[in-house]
Each structure stands twice: as C-alpha cells, then as structure tokens.
Design a protein around this ligand. Sequence first.
Ligand SMILES: [Fe+2]
Length: 339
Amino acid sequence: MIAAGEFLAEGVGRLQLSHPERELCARLLEDLIGEEPRSAAVAGTAEEELLSAVRGAALDDRLLLRAAHHLTARLPRRLVAALWDIRYTEALAALVVSGAPNLGKFGPTPPRWGASSHESIAKADRWLLLLCAELGDPVTWGYLQEGALVNDLLPMADRVEEDGENGSRLPMTLHVDEAFADERGDAFGLVCLRNDDRVPTRIAPLAAADLDREDAEVLRECRFVVEAHGDQRLRPILAGGPEAAVVRLDASASRAAPGDTRAARALEALLGELERVAVDVALKPGEVLLVDNHRCVHGRPGFRASFDGSDRWLRRLTVVRDLRPTSDRRGAGDLRVLR
Ligand SMILES: [Fe+2]
C-alpha cells in the first residue's frame, strides 16, 4: 500500500509526487485551465472538446463536476491507488498529497470567506476537485458560506472567538464534520494556499484508538446526543463492524444522556484515546489533505491571527459516495447544495 509513500501515523499517509508525476498533473491542470494549444495527447480528441467546454467554468458547473471523474484517469497511478486506499481498501483514513504542480498566485489571504477572485484560485480548486473526485461527488450545505461548493478556511477578525472554520484563538476540538446531521460528507479535502505560521490540522484515525471492549460496546448504544441545532436524539457514537468502525463525534457538542455516567465514562475514554493518537499536520502551500469523515476526526489548535493577508488559508471540498440519498434536499437536476 501507498507504494513509496510513508505513514505519518497509523492510517495516515503522505504521498510525495515524483518529478514525472508532478509533470503529469501539471499538464492535466494546464489542459483543464490553460489557453490553447493543449497538450498533444488531447489534441483533436473528445477530451479536448470536453476541456474546451469547461474552461473558465465555476467549480460548481455541472459539466465540470462530471468532467472531473473522467479526467482523473490522467492522474498518476500511484496517486489514484493511494486515494483508493481511503475509499476502497480503507487502509488509510487520511492522506497528505505533497509535491503538487504550481497552483499559481493567490494574493493575500482575504479578510473574509468568499472574497477571493475565481481566477486566482481556479487552479487550486481544480486540483482539489480532481483529488476529491476519486473519493466521491462534491456537495455542500446551504448554511455553509451561503452554499459555496468550496469553503474558505481562514481567520476572520470578527470571529476570533468562534469554534469554527473562520475562528482562530480557540482550538477546534476533535470532530467529524456535520456530526449532528443524518447526511454528512463521506470525505473532504483541504488544499493549502498559505500557512506561514505552520498552523497544524489535527487528525485522529479511529482505528488507531485502543478502546476497552466494554467502552466500545457502550459507545455503540443509543446513549449520546450531539447538542447542535437543537437536536436531542439519542444516538450511538460508534457504528459499523469491529473491523470497519465509524464514528459520529464532536468533542464540543457530544454528550452522554443526562445521568448516564457509564456512557459519560466511555465517551471520556474515547476522547482521551483520540487525543493520544492524534497527529498534527502543518500543511504547506499546494499540499492537499484528504480525510475520511467517518473513520477519522479532525481539529486544530488555537492560533494568533494577524489579519494582514499572511494568515493560514485553506479551501475545503466535501464529497459523498452516493448522491441519491440527498436528491430530495438538493433541488431539481444535480445541484450540489443541500437545503
Ligand atoms: Fe471540521
């Protein structure tokens, strides 16, 4: 698995693209974005027609989203194999892809989400899309940055104290995204545009946690709530078979049912184990972190933002393995915003 790659921790891989692999990806991105002429490989082919049709398109363009699945056939085989280790073999719960082709100049970190121009981030977004396309189909939620398909993770001056993607001073405690929701993303990717201060993303794969058998059994029972959006349903924190366990957890919002001290103890044990196995990854510009949102929790420590254009700036794209279960929440056609 993850040939010539390395493990940063159990279930967390890093793949450094070689020079030829980087060149392959650079040509693909150029063909996807650049002006004519395209590389000789696609000249006069149906692929050239497809590329022409999506050039300059917004990332949520229907044709571009479909084209991404076609174009991943041109990604290096070693990279695809590593991505499939998240989706299919589940040997990985997270993967860092390093050595990306040049993703262009993004300008300073904007003061708020959604403030960057599409042109400056088009290449980075397409790189993120190509990698995420091997894990599923992109979706987002209407309440996330007004339904933008790709979200800016950057500090905002008026949200310093928030425990969220635009906060900074407070740590983001370990969680899966949309822990409270019935339909959450199956995986997400983060592309790093800037990280001068090396602020890490913290990831903890569930499989690395060494849980007491009795605690694990309690965690599989409907004895917990995720206190978010007024939801008080009792639900399990762990599910799936022992060899394929998945987690629904938000450390700052998950609680045992009132009075259930045994469940509270099991939750505390799980949180302690996840903290123990967590690994910090300070992404560098151009690197992408891909995370299985069922088998891995994530967070980040608090940091001091300067709001001078040099702050950490990541962009996130979320995917689901199957679009059909959310069809009634996405409106007509194949729109990707869940309402
Ligand atoms: Fe998150």
